[in-house]
Design a protein around this ligand. Structure first.
Ligand SMILES: NC(=O)c1ccc[n+]([C@@H]2O[C@H](COP(=O)([O-])OP(=O)(O)OC[C@H]3O[C@@H](n4cnc5c(N)ncnc54)[C@H](O)[C@@H]3O)[C@@H](O)[C@H]2O)c1
Ligand SMILES: O=C(O)CC[C@@H](O)C(=O)O
Length: 386
């Protein structure tokens, strides 16, 4: 039986994939597997039995990835599963920043009880006139699952689209329309574009990438859209830029105490992935990845351990070892098994940065004492026998 804990509500279509071999528990302390959306896990004690965390979503800045890796806990996310939901809201954000729909709607509400409302609407509507996006230049920073969809959709609406991503993957490059102008520096986007949208993860090198220096390079009256994470933007610098008119409008899906009421900000309550379709896609992908890892040791879409297709289970036992990526580990693992006269039928070893993962298939049972011996090897972080 595998105990799992959901730290946020996870769509039923995903949770229902758990069979009778899985049991939902009330506290993280009892869990071997965790499902999470946006709940912060940074201050949480991670129990010794915890083996995997699946983030039903893309951003993993709410999870202490290094601390998890150090404890042999594999963290998964669900790349692309909510990308269409976010793309659609970004397109809405482009419109809301261009046409004063929000101001107009609020105004109608303020005059709704006036018997002359229809006449007042025609008389007063000019104060909410806007501009069209057709022919305007859009810069997309980060051409991953969301950025590519946004770039292609904006291109389809007649915008001239520029894209920047120094780590562009082959898969995403294939999906990018040939009309998108791929640029080699962010500065080209800053200097050129009327609208700039960011779709990068929050990392030390992307934190506050939109700040007074980068905004100084932008066109006067630029519109900035942030459907990625609030800390990508320096809020004090944004406030000053909005006041000066350097930035015409800032659309954010991550309002905080500073930006929620800021003039010139369109604040949306983190709704990018809040669609039935995205929530279902993320939940199904997260649960499938978690189950596959718990049941077979295969790692797919991990952000802190290497991906590893462990293949079908052997007739005997499978030993999975999460360990440090340091020399001489395989010799020690195979040494323990050969000293017990155990034959290895298959061995896979993968590494990612400071961490590695080894899967060893044997055609017989494995005693707890031998498992213990492997666990005691320096650099071994977690051992499982499936
Ligand atoms: N608003 C929401 O509800 C919502 C939903 C999903 C994702 N997000 C956020 O959006 C981000 C992007 O999501 P995604 O699904 O497209 O992820 P993704 O991993 O598919 O794409 C991220 C892209 O950013 C690129 N990148 C990384 N560092 C960069 C840099 N310094 N400059 C330019 N590009 C860089 C990567 O190469 C990658 O192509 C997530 O990390 C998350 O924070 C928000
Ligand atoms: O779970 C959510 O609602 C938001 C998820 C989103 O921010 C993500 O990074 O995938």
């Amino acid at each position: 039986m595998v105990n799992y804990k959901c730290l946020n509500p996870i769509a039923a279509v995903g949770v229902n994939l758990f069979t009778d071999d899985y049991k939902q528990v009330d506290s993280v302390e009892e869990a071997e597997a965790v499902l999470v959306r946006s709940a912060s896990m940074h201050e949480m004690d991670l129990p010794a039995d915890l083996k995997a965390i699946a983030r039903a979503g893309a951003g993993v800045n709410n999870i202490p990835l290094d601390k998890c890796a150090e404890k042999g806990i594999v963290v998964f996310n669900t790349p692309g599963a909510n990308a269409n939901g976010v793309k659609e809201l970004v397109m809405a954000g482009l419109m809301l920043a261009s046409r004063n729909v929000v101001g107009g709607i609020n105004w109608v509400q303020s005059i709704k009880d006036d018997p002359d409302v229809a006449k007042l609407v025609e008389k007063g509507k000019s104060q909410f006139a806007g501009r069209e996006i057709l022919g305007k230049k859009l810069g997309v920073i980060g051409l991953g699952a969301i950025g590519v969809l946004v770039a292609n959709a904006a291109n389809g609406l007649g915008m001239e689209v520029y894209g920047y991503d120094p780590y562009l993957s082959l898969e995403h490059a294939w999906n990018l329309s040939r009309d998108i102008k791929y640029v080699k520096t962010k500065e080209e986007i800053y200097h050129t574009c009327d609208y700039i949208t960011v779709h990068v993860p929050l990392l030390p090198d992307t934190k506050e990438m939109i700040n007074k220096d980068t905004m100084a390079m932008m066109k006067d009256g630029v519109v900035i859209l942030n459907f990625a994470r609030d800390l990508l933007v320096n809020d004090n610098d944004m406030e000053a830029a909005l006041k000066r008119g350097k930035v015409k409008c800032y659309v954010t899906d991550f309002p905080n105490e500073k930006t929620a009421g800021m003039e010139g900000v369109i604040a949306i309550p983190h709704l990018g992935a809040s669609t039935e379709e995205s929530e279902d896609n993320c939940a199904v992908m997260a649960v499938k990845q978690l189950k596959q890892y718990m049941e077979t040791g295969t790692i797919k879409n991990s952000v802190n351990y290497p991906n590893c297709d462990a293949g079908a289970l052997p007739s005997g036992k499978r030993i999975t070892i999460n360990h440090k990526n340091i020399p001489n580990m395989l010799t020690q693992f195979t040494g323990v098994l050969s000293s017990e006269n155990i034959n290895i039928s298959n061995l896979i070893n993968k590494s990612k940065g400071d961490y590695a993962y080894t899967v060893i298939d044997i055609e017989e049972e494995l005693s707890a004492a031998i498992e213990e011996k492997i666990s005691e090897i320096e650099g071994v972080l977690k051992v499982r026998v499936i």
